[in-house]
Design a protein around this ligand. Structure first.
Ligand code: SF4
Length: 181
């Protein structure tokens, strides 16, 4: 673990693009905001930010990518994480995702990722889609099993899967969810 003190920074990369329209989310939910922000950060911009932080001697101990957006839509994500880790090898990297989309899973897991946080609310399509509009729970669970299989096969024990079950009044599936823990 990197040493953390008052000067330590965590770099937060927000994502403005998402493939879902969850009920409680500003990307297209009840707030009335539209899910039209389609911007994805280019690798070159990310690289410039990291290079600048090195130049400024910023002590970055963590990188978090996600939050109100879907980082896996960016095909350059593994390259970005790899670049960050090459400059800050002791730092921790966390990606948050709805896991409805998964491309190049091996590349992603070998990028230097430490924590992969997945939000799930509901274990049947009927319940899941009440919040995660546009999502498919079967696809999410299949993608999760793919990632776990690759992690185990490649012995990437450093990667932790962090499943977040968002509990709503209409859900009764905690038992099924625990099966995946
Ligand atoms: S997956 Fe996340 S970012 Fe996308 S709509 Fe749902 S809560 Fe918002």
């Amino acid at each position: 673990m990197p040493q953390v003190d008052r000067d330590s920074l965590v770099l937060y990369v927000d994502v403005s693009h998402c493939n879902l329209r969850c009920a409680m989310c500003p990307r297209g939910g009840l707030s009335g905001l539209r899910n039209t922000g389609r911007g994805l950060m280019s690798f070159e911009l990310f690289q410039r930010i990291i290079d600048k932080s090195i130049e400024e001697k910023a002590k970055i101990v963590g990188l978090i990518v996600g939050n109100w957006g879907e980082p896996l839509l960016n095909v350059d994500l593994p390259k970005m994480i790899g670049y960050f880790k090459s400059k800050y090898p002791q730092s921790r990297v966390m990606v948050t995702s709805n896991l409805n989309h998964l491309e190049n899973p091996e590349e992603l897991l070998e990028s230097g990722l430490n924590t992969f946080r997945i939000s799930i609310s509901g274990m049947t399509q009927n319940i899941y889609s009440r919040n995660h509009r546009g999502g498919n729970i079967e696809r999410v669970l299949a993608n999760l099993l793919t990632l776990v299989e690759i992690r185990n096969r490649k012995n990437l024990k450093v990667i932790r899967f962090d499943l977040h079950f968002l509990e709503y009044l209409y859900e009764h599936h905690l038992k099924e969810f625990h099966h995946y823990l």
